[in-house]
Design a binder for this molecule. Structure first.
Ligand SMILES: O=C(O)Cc1cc(O)ccc1O
Ligand SMILES: [Fe+2]
Length: 455
């Protein structure tokens, strides 16, 4: 099924296909997709057939991902890769003592400024933290970006892993080999390992978050007792339709991220020259406002896993390499319950960001474009203000709605190491711990009606 994207601004509209994990197909020129076989001796219109494999050839069928691209010239038609100069010094794909530090401290960052000098998505991308190794195909990296200009005469290709991009400010107009996607704050986009893409900034400055997973791909979570419906619905995932340019582009550069280092290769044509394609290895976007949350309807604060949009699994059942979890608008109806997140320590590590609004556990200090990290077993929870005002309200059991907010969490079973520039960042909130220091003892042998008394 193809869908026309609705835009109220009159911006260029792109066509999308809908679904998750489907076998998709698309042709920009009718008849360009070979029928009945993948590599005919001569492809329609003289195109080259090229496969992109996102899983090992022999991966079980239900996990196997690959697509066939029919293009004007094959990707291989370029000069040798050379290290990009000057080197990008803030990208990491192997986390060890020489690249990053271990710290159990609660960390929080204020939003990064939009750069003054011309900076595109590639130059504006920097790794915050991560674990494991892209070389060993197990691990993840969390990056952020702050950019003010479109990529020009170049395409990016990430050989290390899949990018899940969460824009917080400014739309992204992304050209991929499968076609184009518009991604606004409040939407996310997944650009799987190996696809070439170029990011334009139609609104100017842009900022956001990126989760990168090594060695696996995002999938929808099982719904268990929730049943067959709810959370993110397959039909709300949008995949581009074939779009190509048949252009000579002298000095066009492919920038390849390989082991966290950037390499460049020159070619004289646009890599967005795929006239038709089919397969199940594809870039896609999803509007977080379409998420159908499930939650408590009587007592207690449920675990945030119920808000999982996408999960990148490990080999251990139920244990994620990286879960993408959201905290969207929703009704709170629990009775005699402390409704904000509980105080907790978690064997999983939690990196959080905020797309807009306020987060229910933090009255102040956690801002759109900012971030926090609570690593394995590091205690955290609502700040003093949130606790005092919630408990101070007493047994207010009327339903209340959390509105106009979109916070999210990247949660991993691997323990992140933090990059030096993130630890030394001028945006680091060195007073973060203060948000809990004011939590006082309300303990009383007389019972629990002590909250409104001065302690
Ligand atoms: O720490 C956080 O704010 C994220 C979180 C939210 C929640 O509702 C329950 C547990 C949890 O880790
Ligand atoms: Fe948490």
């Amino acid at each position: 099924m193809e869908k026309q994207e609705q835009t109220s601004t009159g911006a260029k509209e792109f066509l999308y296909q809908s679904g998750f994990g489907n076998s998709f197909s698309s042709e920009a020129i009718q008849g360009a997709l070979p029928q009945g076989q993948n590599n005919p001796l001569v492809c329609p219109f003289g195109l080259y057939a090229e496969q992109i494999s996102g899983t090992a050839f022999t991966a079980p069928r239900k996990l196997n991902q690959r697509s066939w691209l029919y293009r004007i010239k094959p990707s291989v038609t370029h000069e040798p890769f050379k290290p990009r100069t000057p080197a990008h010094k803030k990208l990491v794909s192997e986390f060890n003592q020489s690249t990053s530090s271990a710290t159990p401290t609660q960390l929080r960052w204020k939003p990064e400024k939009i750069p003054d000098s011309p900076t595109d998505f590639i130059d504006g991308l920097y790794t915050m933290c991560g674990a494991g190794s892209s070389f060993l195909r197990h691990g993840f990296a969390i990056h952020m970006y702050s950019a003010n200009k479109s990529m020009e005469n170049c395409a990016f290709c990430n050989a290390d892993g899949d990018f899940l991009i969460v824009p917080e400010k400014g739309r992204l107009s992304i050209t991929t080999e499968c076609g184009q996607l518009h991604v606004s704050p409040g939407e996310i986009v997944v650009l799987p390992q190996g696809f070439r893409f170029a990011i334009d900034l139609p609104d100017g400055p842009s900022r956001g978050y990126v989760a990168e997973v090594f060695g696996t791909h995002f999938q929808l979570p099982d719904l268990g007792p929730i049943g067959a419906n709810g959370l993110a619905a397959t039909r709300d995932f949008l995949v581009p339709t074939a779009w190509f340019e048949d252009e000579v582009r002298p000095g066009y550069i492919i920038v390849q991220k390989f082991g966290g280092e950037l390499f460049t290769a020159k070619q004289n044509f646009s890599p967005f020259n795929v006239v038709a394609w089919h397969g199940n290895y594809v870039p896609y976007k999803y509007d977080l406002h379409k998420f159908c949350p499930f939650n408590t309807v009587l007592i207690d604060h449920g675990d945030p896993s119920v808000n999982t949009v996408l999960t990148a699994p490990t080999d251990k059942p139920g244990v994620a390499l990286l879960d993408f979890v959201i905290f969207p608008q929703r009704w709170l109806v629990a009775e005699h319950t402390f409704r904000p997140p509980y105080y907790h320590r978690n064997c999983m590590s939690e990196f959080m960001g905020l797309v807009y609004g306020k987060y229910e556990a933090k009255a102040d200090g956690f801002l759109p474009g900012g971030a926090s990290l609570h690593s394995c077993m590091t205690p955290h929870g609502p700040d003093t203000n949130t606790f005092e005002t919630t408990v101070g309200r007493g047994t207010d059991e009327t339903p209340s709605k959390i509105t106009e907010t979109m916070a999210f969490m990247f949660e991993s079973s691997l323990i992140p190491r933090v990059c030096p520039w993130a630890l030394e960042s001028p945006h680091m909130d060195h007073n973060y711990y203060q948000c809990w220091i004011g939590l006082k003892s309300h303990f009383s042998h007389q019972g629990s009606d002590c909250y409104n008394k001065e302690m």
